[in-house]
Every structure is written in C-alpha cells, then in structure tokens.
Design a binder for this molecule. Structure first.
Ligand code: NAP
Length: 243
C-alpha cells in the first residue's frame, strides 16, 4: 500500500529535499508550511508536474490546533499508512545572557512543542494501523552543544529525549521513532553565518565540506523504510563526522 508522508517545514531547505525524495520514491506527500506560501506552491507544482501525489497545508505547528488540522487534512486527502517527519524549526544566534524570555519560549514552541503537537495528533492513526514512522530532525548541536546557541541546542536535545521516550512507549504498536541530527547544512537557515564561521566549521568536519539537504533526506528515507523496523529511539548523525 502506498504510504503517506507528512513533512513539516517542507517549504524550507531540508524539508523540500525530504519532500522531493519521498515523492520520487512513490509516497503521497503532504507539504507542511507556515509563512512561505510561494515556496510551498512552487514545490507542489514541481512534484505534481512529475506525476507525484502531493498536497500542501499551511499550519503553524507550534499551535496544537493547527497541528491537529494538518493531520486531519492529511487523513481526508490521502489514505495509507503514515510517516511523520517533524522537520519545522527555527535557529537563533545570541549570547546566553542576551536571550530573552520571549526568545526562549519561541524557540521551544517552534522546535519542541511542534514535535509534541504533530506526534500526538498523528499517533491515533498510526496506532490504529499498527504501523508508523516518526522521524524528528534534531541537530548535532543538540548532541554536543553550541556556544551562542544555548536555547537552540537545548531545544534540539529535548527532541532527542522526546524521541527516546516515545520510541519506548509506541514500539509495541509497530511504530518507530528516530532522530536525524544534521551537522551544518547549506540552507537558508544558515544565511546569517559569516564566511569565516562556515570555513572554520568545514575545517573541523572530517569530510571537509558542509552537508546538503539531500544528505539529510537520504537518512530520513532510510529510517522510514519498511526494512528499518528494528531501529528505534536512535539519533542518526548526518554531520560528516563532526561529532
Ligand atoms: P529553513 O530552510 O529555514 O526551513 C525551516 C522550515 O521550518 C521552514 O519551512 C519554515 O516554514 C518551517 N517552520 C519554522 N517554524 C514553523 C512553525 N512554527 N510552523 C510551521 N513551520 C515552521 O531551515 P532548514 O535548514 O531547512 O531546517 C530544517 C530543520 O533542520 C530545522 O528543524 C533545523 O533546526 C534542522 N537543522 C538544520 C541544520 C542546518 O544547518 N540547516 C542543521 C541541523 C538541524 P515557513 O518558511 O513556511 O514559515
């Protein structure tokens, strides 16, 4: 049976590559987006132009009602078994002592509450099917910590903790829950990083380059595969050996 994948943040750099990879491999694809309507429309047009089954839905997934609407839309639009890729997220570089209450709450809402909201909304469908895949996009900074990105690092570490615990709870229902932890990836999220910072990170990376969105998409596709059913609660680094 054809499976349906819901990708949050599919209007962004990594999310659009994930959508592309799943569409090419024959899945129904729901493009989740929030403010980037034009990018989401262009991606939908590109994928449907190739004959892929694709739909898009606008939702701020940090809001539980909107996350629920995204899942309801998916259920009404496509049947099949479900794969959820919790990819939506934000980043911010600031000295720890400059982080405001608002910065911290916004980071946690976009990066952690969103994962909670979408996973909680989709799980009844997966439990009914006795099959499901949840793949959360964390970050290598959630594993090793980044200076001047303490709230980002904390949010991504929380995603890893959520993943490990949820994997234990839903494993008996045939559902796996895993994380991908990318290193530095060439996307709009990093447009504020200066050249020297990017070069320094490349030098520290054993494979000597920054990653591509496609590097991450291939890892997500692997974890979603039928044959990955004995892998759960794991964090797969896609970081060129940085950690
Ligand atoms: P990006 O190009 O900036 O894309 C971010 C995406 O998240 C956009 O599609 C954005 O949607 C969506 N988003 C943000 N807040 C949202 C919300 N409240 N509700 C719904 N959608 C929301 O960034 P990216 O590099 O592709 O990042 C994707 C994921 O990978 C993030 O979780 C990020 O933390 C993680 N990651 C990235 C890197 C990297 O180096 N790029 C490294 C490690 C981990 P709209 O634009 O439509 O609002």
């Amino acid at each position: 049976m054809k499976k349906t994948v819901i990708i949050t943040g599919a209007s962004g750099g990594i999310g659009s590559a994930i959508a592309d990879a799943f569409a090419l491999s024959g899945h129904n694809v729901v493009i989740g987006y929030n403010s980037s309507s034009e990018k989401a429309e262009a991606l939908e047009a590109k994928l449907s132009g190739r004959g892929c089954c694709v739909a898009r839905f606008k939702a701020d997934v940090s809001c539980s009602a909107q996350a629920q609407s995204l899942i309801d839309f998916t259920k009404e639009t496509f049947g099949g078994k479900y794969i959820l890729v919790n990819n939506a997220g934000i980043a911010q570089q600031k000295l720890f002592t400059d982080i405001t209450d608002g910065d911290f709450d916004t980071m946690m809402s976009a990066n952690v509450k969103s994962v909670f909201n979408c996973s909680r909304a989709v799980l009844p469908l997966m439990i009914h099917d006795k099959w499901g895949r949840i793949i959360n996009i964390s970050s290598m900074w959630g594993v090793c910590g980044a200076s001047c990105e303490v709230h980002y690092s904390a949010s991504k570490a929380a995603v890893i903790g959520l993943t490990k615990a949820l994997a234990k709870e839903v494993g008996p229902s045939g559902i796996t829950v895993n994380c991908v932890a990318p290193g530095l990836i060439d996307t709009p999220m990093n447009k504020n990083l200066d050249k020297d910072t990017v070069s320094a990170l490349c030098e520290e990376t054993p494979v000597g380059r920054i990653g591509t969105p496609e590097d991450v998409a291939r890892a997500v596709l692997f974890l979603a595969d039928e044959n990955s059913s004995f892998i759960t609660g794991q964090t797969l680094g896609v970081d060129g050996g940085f950690i």
